[in-house]
Write a protein that binds this ligand. Structure first.
Ligand code: SF4
Length: 407
């Protein structure tokens, strides 16, 4: 596609972008004031190495137009409420069956202990991660819940979010898997935001031997329904892609377009995470190839260009040691970083020290700021709902909608 530039419109053209306007560029012309088509997105995500700097420059320009000069992170504690799960995703090291070494459901005292320790370290988010509906598969989980006094894992989660909200200054952000309309409403009363990774819209990954074989909660249509229901209820929602699990480049674009479609209809997608698959020796996908850094940069950049006014996050620990390159691709957030708890989903990949993260972010020309689990553009809607959640959120929020306690 000779002579075509990546970008036009009201975005400053950087020297890198100018250099990318070579006569042999395969990158399509993209105008940031117009929605990018599927065809253009496919061309962008497949761009050859010599066009990558041009793509990255366009994505970084889009990010600077959206959130100039700042990269955010959420200082959090990770609360793995239960690692029992009824799904068996091929890449997961988090899940356990009852009786497996490390299988555990936290008690309320354990939840509170972690949350209070995080509070002392300036954390503002309690990220609840847990397996999806383990009691449907395991009688042991039903016994545990009965002993704790709850009918289901979601009832227990709701109570633990409420406990953290009542007893600490942390704001809960639950990631419990598929949710009905009723459960979205119930959890929204005790948390300002929530999340569910869409991962991919490719339902072929449910086939025997593939990543979502024996993972009934990973049916893309069901996950889209949960995200849509959150939209109908105007719940600030985090979702994202897991790349490198057997999906194609087309699938990545189609997954981003599905998220864009929901966001255009409901305006509730506060953040899109681009998470890269990392191999671990103990998983069924132990011999699966990881996506390359170039694939990760292309996917992040295309996500930024398809969703120019949505927060785009990529976890730094999964792209170490060169994670700051993700800033070049248009991210504006590093996600949750804990000064206290390990990344229980990828325990072999420690989070960077927050001071290191700050220095490396600054070296890329941005300042690091601490945000809350709910992004600034959604804070006022949540505060408008009267009650304890509103009070806690108001107390935690600074004038700019970020965390009152500066990073
Ligand atoms: S990725 Fe989530 S749903 Fe899949 S097995 Fe692990 S905990 Fe369960």
């Amino acid at each position: 596609m000779p002579g075509r530039c990546i970008i036009r419109g009201n975005v400053a053209v950087s020297p890198i972008m100018r250099s990318g306007r070579g006569n042999n560029s395969a990158v399509p012309e993209v105008c940031l004031s117009e929605a990018i088509s599927r065809e253009d997105a496919l061309q962008l995500i497949r761009c050859p190495d010599n066009d990558l700097p041009t793509l990255l420059a366009a994505a970084r320009a889009a990010k600077e137009r959206f959130k100039p000069a700042v990269i955010t992170y959420s200082r959090k504690v990770f609360i793995p409420l239960t690692n029992l799960c009824r799904d068996y995703c091929g890449y997961c090291t988090f899940r356990r069956d009852p009786g497996d070494p490390g299988a555990h459901t936290m008690t309320p005292d354990e939840v509170l202990e972690v949350a209070r320790a995080g509070e002392k370290l300036g954390c503002t988010e309690a990220l609840f991660s847990l397996g999806d509906k383990p009691e449907l598969l395991f009688p042991e989980m039903r016994d545990t819940l009965r002993h704790l006094g709850y009918k289901s894992t979601l009832h227990y989660l709701e109570a633990m979010c409420e406990l953290v909200l009542r007893e600490t200054s942390l704001l809960p952000h639950p990631n419990p898997g598929l949710l009905s309309a009723e459960w979205i409403a119930r959890l929204a009363a005790v948390s300002p935001s929530m999340g569910l990774m869409l991962e991919t819209t490719n339902s072929d990954l449910l086939a025997t031997g593939r990543a979502h074989d024996n993972a009934p909660d990973k049916v893309p249509a069901k996950r889209l329904r949960t995200i849509e229901e959150a939209g109908k209820q105007k719940v600030p929602f985090t979702t994202g892609l897991l790349i490198g699990i057997g999906e194609s480049l087309e699938d990545r674009v189609d997954t981003l377009l599905a998220i864009r479609d929901l966001h255009e209809r409901y305006g509730h997608v506060q953040e899109v995470i681009i998470q890269n698959f990392r191999v671990k020796p103990t998983i069924p996908m132990a011999n699966w190839p990881e996506p390359s850094p170039g694939e990760m940069l292309r996917t992040v950049a295309v996500a930024r260009l398809l969703l120019p006014e949505v927060n785009i996050q990529a976890p730094p620990n999964l792209s170490a040691p060169y994670y700051e390159d993700l800033i070049d691709a248009g991210i504006n957030d590093w996600g949750g970083i804990s000064p206290l708890t390990p990344d229980f989903i990828n325990p072999e990949k420690p989070w960077p020290h927050i001071e290191q993260l700050r220095l490396r972010t600054e070296a890329k020309g941005a300042i690091l700021r601490q945000r809350l689990p709910v992004y600034p553009e959604f804070v006022s809607d949540v505060i408008a709902r009267p009650g304890l959640l509103s009070d806690r959120l108001r107390a935690a929020t600074g004038d700019d909608g970020l965390a009152r306690r500066a990073a």
